[in-house]
Design a protein around this ligand. Structure first.
Ligand SMILES: [Zn+2]
Length: 264
C-alpha cells in the first residue's frame, strides 16, 4: 500500500500544510489538454497511486504529495504510460547538449569514471565517453537500455535503479537528471547515490523546482504520481547536505534546480 510522508523530503521539517487536494488538482488538469489528465484518471482507478493533498513545507518551500505509491504500482504505471519515441528523435541533440555540460563538470573532478543514474537511452553516457570518461548508464526501463546499447555500443549499460551499480564500484562524476522528483523514498535514494560517488568526486543532479504557493497548482512539472516531490533550492540543498562536504545549487536562468555536490 501507499506510504504516508510525515516530514518534508527536503529539510525534514514536520511543519507543512496542504495547498490543494487531489480533487482540486484533478478539476484543474481536466481543463488542460495534456498528459496529466490521464495521470488523474490513473489515480482515480488505482488508489495506491493516489495522493490526497499536495503539501508545502513551511520552512523550505518544497512541495510534496502526502502519500507515495508502492514501487510495484509505480512500475506498472510507468509501463502503461511511457514510451521512448520522443527521446530517440532528440538523441543527437541531447548528446551535444550533454557534451557541453559534462565538459564543464569534468573540470571539477580528477578521475574519469562516470555513471548516469536514470540514463534513459544513454545520451549523457555517450557524451561522457566523448569527454574521455569510462561511462556507465543505469536505467529501470529495459526497452530504453536496448535502445541505448544499439545507439551507443561503446558504453556499459545496466538495467536497474540506483542500487543496480556493480558492488564496490565508485565514480568520479555521478550524473542524475530529472530523476529524484519521481522517487518515493528520496532519503534512501540519496543515501544510495552518495555511495556511488568516489572520494573527491562529484554528484551533478537536476530536478524541477517548486514554484510559489499560488502558482503551484498550475505548474506543468506538478504531475503526480509521476512527480512526487518538487524541491525548492533550499530543500534540495538540505536533502543532500548530510551526505556531502559541500552542496552548490547553481543560479539558473530557467526554472529548475541544478546542483553540484562534492564528496569529501
Ligand atoms: Zn522543508
Amino acid at each position: 500500500m501507499r506510504t504516508t510522508r510525515a516530514q518534508c523530503p527536503g529539510c525534514k521539517s514536520k511543519e507543512f500544510e496542504p495547498v490543494f487536494s487531489r480533487k482540486e488538482w484533478t478539476s484543474f488538469v481536466e481543463g488542460e489538454n495534456d498528459q496529466r489528465r490521464r495521470f488523474a484518471r490513473a489515480m482515480d482507478e488505482n488508489a495506491s497511486l493516489a495522493f490526497e493533498n499536495m503539501l508545502l513545507c513551511s520552512l523550505c518551500g518544497t512541495a510534496f504529495t502526502d502519500f507515495v505509491p508502492p514501487d510495484s504500482a509505480l512500475s506498472d504505471f510507468y509501463q502503461q504510460y511511457y514510451g521512448n519515441s520522443g527521446y530517440l528523435a532528440k538523441a543527437s541533440r541531447k548528446v551535444s547538449l550533454n557534451i557541453r555540460r559534462i565538459f564543464v563538470l569534468k573540470l571539477l573532478t580528477r578521475g574519469r569514471r562516470f555513471i548516469d543514474v536514470g540514463c534513459n537511452v544513454g545520451c549523457a553516457v555517450e557524451a561522457a565517453r566523448r569527454n574521455g570518461f569510462a561511462a556507465t548508464g543505469l536505467e529501470l526501463d529495459a526497452t530504453a537500455i536496448e535502445h541505448a546499447e544499439s545507439l551507443f555500443p561503446a558504453n556499459r549499460f545496466i538495467v536497474g535503479g540506483v542500487t543496480a551499480a556493480p558492488v564496490g564500484e565508485v565514480f568520479d562524476l555521478v550524473y542524475c537528471t530529472e530523476v529524484i522528483e519521481h522517487v518515493p523514498d528520496t532519503a534512501s535514494f540519496i543515501d544510495s547515490i552518495s555511495k556511488l560517488v568516489a572520494p573527491g568526486g562529484i554528484l551533478s543532479l537536476t530536478c524541477p523546482e517548486a514554484g510559489a504557493r499560488d502558482a503551484l497548482i498550475g505548474m506543468p512539472e506538478l504531475r503526480p504520481p509521476e512527480h512526487l516531490t518538487l524541491f525548492s533550492h533550499q530543500g534540495i540543498k538540505s536533502a543532500l547536505a548530510p551526505w556531502f562536504k559541500r552542496v552548490l545549487v547553481l543560479p539558473n536562468f530557467k526554472s529548475g534546480n541544478q546542483v553540484i555536490a562534492f564528496k569529501a
